[in-house]
Design a protein around this ligand. Structure first.
Ligand code: ATP
Length: 254
């Protein structure tokens, strides 16, 4: 088990000083993640998906429960973060090239990162970005910028990648190709991925498991195992079993 989420809850204080209100964003969330799994989290707006990812990343504290992340020898020695985070917007630094953006985490960590350069070059190739290393963000399409931000999150080789609706703002055709690139990267780098999406078909296409959440308070409704063969491709999307999963998930999200 690389990651264990144990009875996590999160309450936010909102409202006014006179009339304070408590929003229970997450209640009693528990699930385990095995190394190398691709897990999607899906659920209605406001059910706490982003909050859950932020708690797993350690960006915010839970009100109750705990998140356990396996401490590997490699990462103890390297002293690099065990988690990479990809947001909906690429948030690249406009004055830095694609390569400089990808290597930026090392600047923050005050490490040279030179030992990762060969691997980063390989990732550029895998992401279809060879030849664009010296381009600036404004010279890249939205889909390319998002690929650069994925490479940035992988530059320091974290075992776990958290992705919060990374393709939400991308057109449907580009999104299909980004899904295939992401699966290639996942298969090559053997990362464990937690992926938040609003798209049922995207979740089915990518995942080994889909955690379906419900709102108010945010909780897990069902953990669905996706037993479609890999590697996934266009045939996956016309398989009868794919449509069965679509039906099951639509029903759960009603
Ligand atoms: N910093 C905060 N202060 C107060 N309430 C918050 C805060 N962050 C999130 N919330 C509330 O917690 C709940 C869960 O929010 P969250 O953004 O995690 O949901 P989500 O499932 O990611 O939504 P979406 O799908 O729309 O992105 C919402 O009701 C939201 O208003």
């Amino acid at each position: 088990m690389i990651l264990e989420v144990k009875s996590v809850s999160k309450r936010f204080q909102s409202g006014t000083k006179k009339k304070p209100e408590t929003v229970t964003a997450l209640e009693n969330i528990s699930f385990d993640v095995s190394e190398g799994e691709f897990i999607s989290i899906i659920g209605p707006s406001g059910c706490g998906k982003s909050t859950l990812l932020k708690i797993v990343a350690g960006l915010i504290d839970a009100s109750g429960g705990e998140v356990l992340i396996e401490d590997t020898e490699e990462h103890r020695n390297l002293g690099t973060p065990k988690i990479g985070f990809v947001f909906q917007d690429a948030v690249l630094l406009p004055w830095k090239t694609a390569m400089q953006n990808v290597m930026f985490p090392f600047e923050i960590m005050k490490k040279p990162g030179t030992d990762r350069l060969d691997e980063v070059q390989r990732l550029f190739k895998l992401a279809g970005l060879s030849g664009f290393e010296n381009h600036y963000p404004k010279q890249l399409s939205g889909g390319m910028r998002q690929r650069v931000s994925i490479l940035r999150s992988l530059s320091y080789n974290p075992p776990i990648l958290l992705m919060d609706e990374p393709f939400g703002a991308i057109d449907a055709i580009t999104r299909d190709s980004l899904n295939n690139i992401l699966l290639d990267i996942w298969q090559e780098t053997k990362k464990t991925i937690l992926f938040v999406t609003h798209s049922i078909s995207e979740a089915i296409y990518l995942s080994d498991r889909i955690i379906v959440m419900g709102a108010r308070p945010g909780r897990i409704v069902k953990d669905v195992r996706i037993e479609l063969p890999r590697p996934r491709n266009d045939d996956t999307k016309i398989a009868p079993k794919f449509y069965e999963y679509v039906g099951e998930l639509r029903e759960l999200l009603k």
